[in-house]
Design a protein around this ligand. Sequence first.
Ligand code: S3P
Length: 450
Amino acid sequence: MSGHGTPIPMTSRRAAPLKGEAHVPGDKSISHRSLILGAMAVGETRISGLLEGEDVLDTAKAMRAFGAEVINHGGGEWSVFGVGVGGFAEPENVIDCGNSGTGVRLIMGAMATSPITVTFTGDASLNKRPMARVTDPLALFGAQSVGRDGGRLPMTIVGAADPVPVRYTVPLPSAQVKSAVLLAGLNAPGKTVVIEREATRDHSERMLAGFGAEITTEDTEEGRVITLTGQPELKPQVIAVPRDPSSAAFPVCAALITPGSDVLVPGIGLNPTRAGLFYTLQDMGADLTFENPRTEGGEPVADLRAKYSPDMKGIEVPPARAASMIDEYPVLSVVAAFASGTTMMAGVKELRVKESDRIDAMARGLRANGVTVEEGEDWWSVEGCGPEGVKGGATCESFLDHRIAMSFMVMGMGAQNPVSVDDGSPIATSFPIFEPLMAALGANLSRDNH
Ligand code: S3P
């Protein structure tokens, strides 16, 4: 089992006005998919702007173990020489996906229809997370799996030697499950159909089409019906990874709650299945604008400008928006603490099975810092303290969750007293340049416990 080494305590003290440009790293979802689809194409896929966080590096290592050649040219430029659909070799050793649910679930899908046996593991966070949501549909293709109690890692999957295509309705809103089924469908003959009742991020569909697969999406009464024709020859691509809206969320939210701030976050992917946080912040009255909207690499992109917003109001976040901002609720709850009135977040039970139970983790830390939080199984609400009213002063547990650690660091920038986390090391999974990037804007972060 992998770990994160020695914990890194971190403290965020009230920041000077945040000013300047924040060039956040590449999109994590698209980075994983670039490596995996590159490994399933025949020939050289060139990737620029790849997120070089631990999660994605673990996926790169895994693709090498399956036989693809993966080359890091430096500066975010990578090449993947793929082995083709159905060309995965059996890895010599256990595949360790570290902290990454996306990595492990997508790779399970990609190998499940090849006649190879693979054992997967991860860190203490990943090894607690549910995998049956992926292995259940993979069993329909003919793959077998055996894991720990409750469908947890470490887990071994025996890929199907004679896979059959499936028709599967995803029972929960999860792009990882949808994508695992689509990737498995690549090496099954005939048409694999995935139906999702709620639209989740559609990077897999867009990228599969880009790699030359025959894939269609239809909005019907049942939901979104995605049909993939199996056993294509995927054509290698040149991919420019857009910058990650889920990472942009941190400097954007930091600027909204730090007096005097004006921050530009250029080149952010604004795929409608990902951009829910930004519309929610605007609904709360945030001074947040989209500048220079354009299309890059098939994805909508804009420069985000965020300014200090002392007049934000709590709102009811529309549950229908949950999937498009699922990773952003932790930092939204911090902004909600600096607004006036209550912010209600419902329809979010998936937050309980992320890198941590994110409702529990945020509720504990917010309460310790003087913020009132109520919660139920699939909802929580935060009572705003107003723009100057968050006390701070406490140390929060990050529970091996990068987004929990970064959210509390953001909170410290606007709170009356410093805010600490017990362990900021997981930040490196998705946003390895978080500390220098925030410091360059004017944040006051240090590696200590106040
Ligand atoms: C992701 C899907 C989401 C998200 C995760 C990335 C993806 O997970 O939380 O950070 O790249 O497909 P779920 O599929 O569990 O909702």
